[in-house]
Design a protein around this ligand. Structure first.
Ligand SMILES: NC(=O)C1=CN([C@@H]2O[C@H](COP(=O)(O)OP(=O)(O)OC[C@H]3O[C@@H](n4cnc5c(N)ncnc54)[C@H](OP(=O)(O)O)[C@@H]3O)[C@@H](O)[C@H]2O)C=CC1
Ligand SMILES: Nc1nc2c(ncn2[C@@H]2O[C@H](COP(=O)(O)O)[C@@H](O)[C@H]2O)c(=O)[nH]1
Length: 325
């Protein structure tokens, strides 16, 4: 198997078919809806909050609300009152089952639910998918996180409508160091490996460090990418603002960090400071422009055209040109 990651792969251009990048359509379908770009901010407490999720929904972006210290039922009700779709995340504990039961009883099934636990290839996820499908059959269920083809196959067979791939590639992740497991350092080739067997959409989660990594993810099989650090640290981002040597930073911490958990037990995440980088809307607009440009370099007009390009691996034992036959 070829092992590579975002920083040692480059995509190869094909003859341009547009006169302007504005002709390139960066939108993507996920379940019942279409979104402006194949990007979703991570469902983390220092990345999204209620106002950001509402703004994303109102402006054509996909969002997944985090699940920490949050009343999911009140959140869905608030989204309904604003006339936008609801997209929440859940764990697999009794409180999460209670949430599903309450939402179903109130007739407030969210359009999207993401089951989000560290080791998503587990019976607990199978059981929660079953419960969601029994109680809210119209809800689009995303399940994860996983990092192998066997896990993708199982989650799909258990009823997931999409899977989330990425164990440990995140910027504030310490799973690799703490456990010796994961896709950190080879997330892009793990994505390729998983995409080979997937019959439903994959959300590539973690490790995106440059806008061009979005197109690379699409090339290797992602329908969408989940991004934490690059979408944290904006003016409107949640989290504490800190001034260091006259420069402003915002905290960004892992969902499995002691900062999120409130105790030091099973810690697999850390806290860092991200330089404050302007408005979130401006970063998302720039991402859209860069994805449009990626599509044009792919010789295409729509996002899926990026899937057709050849690529090179730079350095290492897998180095070389990889041509589609
Ligand atoms: N993508 C990634 O690489 C990772 C992401 N995270 C994120 O951190 C957040 C918290 O995750 P998590 O701790 O799972 O959520 P929860 O604290 O909600 O735990 C979910 C359930 O899974 C169990 N569990 C967690 N890890 C394992 C494991 N390795 N083996 C068996 N059972 C396990 C927990 O039990 P118990 O705690 O008793 O074991 C608990 O019952 C999530 O948002 C998750 O996505 C965390 C780590 C890695
Ligand atoms: N191993 C851990 N992974 C975590 C934790 N909190 C979040 N995450 C994952 O990271 C991505 C975001 O990655 P980034 O590279 O874009 O910053 C997020 O979506 C989760 O899957 C954690 O505490 N430990």
């Amino acid at each position: 198997m070829e092992i590579f990651d975002y920083d040692n792969v480059l995509l190869l251009p094909r003859k341009c078919r547009v006169e302007s990048r504005s002709e390139c359509d960066a939108s993507v379908e996920l379940g019942p809806r279409s979104f402006r770009i194949p990007v979703v901010p991570a469902n983390m407490k220092t990345v999204v909050n209620e106002p950001i999720c509402l703004w994303l929904a109102q402006n054509g972006y996909f969002y997944v609300m985090h699940r920490f210290d949050l009343d999911n039922v009140a959140f869905v009700r608030q989204m309904r009152e604003h006339g936008v779709y609801a997209s929440i995340s859940l764990g697999v504990k009794k409180a999460d089952y209670d949430t599903v039961n309450q939402l179903a009883a109130a007739g407030m099934a969210p359009e999207y639910v993401t089951i989000d636990i560290a080791h998503g290839h587990s019976d607990s996820v199978r059981d929660m998918i079953g419960h969601l499908k029994a109680k809210m059959p119209s809800t689009f269920v995303i399940a994860g996180n996983v990092g192998t083809p066997e896990a993708v196959i199982d989650l799909e067979n258990w009823g997931a409508d999409a899977t989330k791939v990425g164990i440990g590639p995140g910027k504030v992740c310490i799973t690799r160091m703490k456990t010796g497991f994961g896709t950190g350092g080879w997330q892009l080739s793990a994505l390729k490996w998983c995409a080979r067997v997937a019959t439903k959409p994959i959300i590539a989660d973690g490790g995106i460090r440059e806008h061009g990594d979005i197109a690379k993810s699409v090339r290797f099989g992602a329908t969408m990418v989940m991004i934490g650090s690059m979408l944290a640290g904006h003016e409107e981002s949640p989290g504490q603002t800190v001034e260091v040597d006259g420069k402003l930073f915002k905290e960004y911490y892992g969902s499995a960090s002691d900062f999120n958990k409130g105790e030091y037990r099973h810690v697999e995440g850390k806290r860092i400071l991200e330089p404050v980088k302007g408005r979130l809307a401006d970063t998302l607009r720039e991402m859209q422009e860069d994805i449009q440009s990626s599509i044009s370099y792919a010789g295409g007009k729509k996002l899926s055209d990026v899937r057709k390009v050849n690529y090179v691996i730079l350095g290492g034992e897998n180095a070389g040109e990889h041509l589609l036959m």
